[in-house]
Ligand binder design. Structure first.
Ligand code: AMP
Ligand code: ZN
Length: 136
């Protein structure tokens, strides 16, 4: 993918503060972090979203995320972190190369990853479950 910024990082064409690399995955610091230490975990093979990723890349990416989360916890002495993956424009995905955000959390940091809660009416919750199950 010629215009993909993360493919360029994978190919070493543009710099990044790398923290991890193996044959399938690379991880580097997000240049505009939600908290300092915020890492991106990126499968080397270009896929746009989670749904396009093959099983090998998925397994490698989530395993790498766990390794890096552990390293983040050890290096900052704090076991709290959020994993976020934005898939698609409406979900806030800006870089169209699948990636996982690993964001270390600190006491009294100002980051908010919370949403307001809606309610299902009547049988709606069952209808939603039925509809999703049909496509699995
Ligand atoms: P998303 O909204 O999930 O697509 O997030 C993309 C993330 O990539 C943002 O948090 C950006 O700060 C980050 N980002 C964009 N370009 C670079 C880059 N060259 N190096 C590191 N992080 C980047
Ligand atoms: Zn790419």
């Amino acid at each position: 993918m010629e215009d993909c910024i993360f493919c360029k990082i994978v190919d070493g064409k543009i710099p990044a503060a790398r923290v991890y690399e193996d044959d399938k995955v690379i991880s580097f610091l997000d240049i505009m972090p939600a908290n300092k230490g915020h890492c991106l975990v990126v499968p080397k093979k270009h896929s746009q979203t989670l749904i396009e990723m093959n099983e090998d890349d998925l397994v490698a990416t989530i395993n790498a995320a766990k390794k890096i989360a552990r390293a983040l916890s050890l290096s900052f002495g704090n076991g709290s972190f959020n994993i976020v993956m934005n898939n698609g424009k409406e979900a806030g995905q800006v870089v169209n190369h699948a990636h996982i955000h690993l964001i270390p959390r600190f006491q009294k940091d100002r980051l908010r990853i919370k949403w307001s809660h809606l309610k299902y009416e009547g049988d709606e919750i069952k209808e939603y479950a039925d509809k999703i199950r049909k496509f699995i």
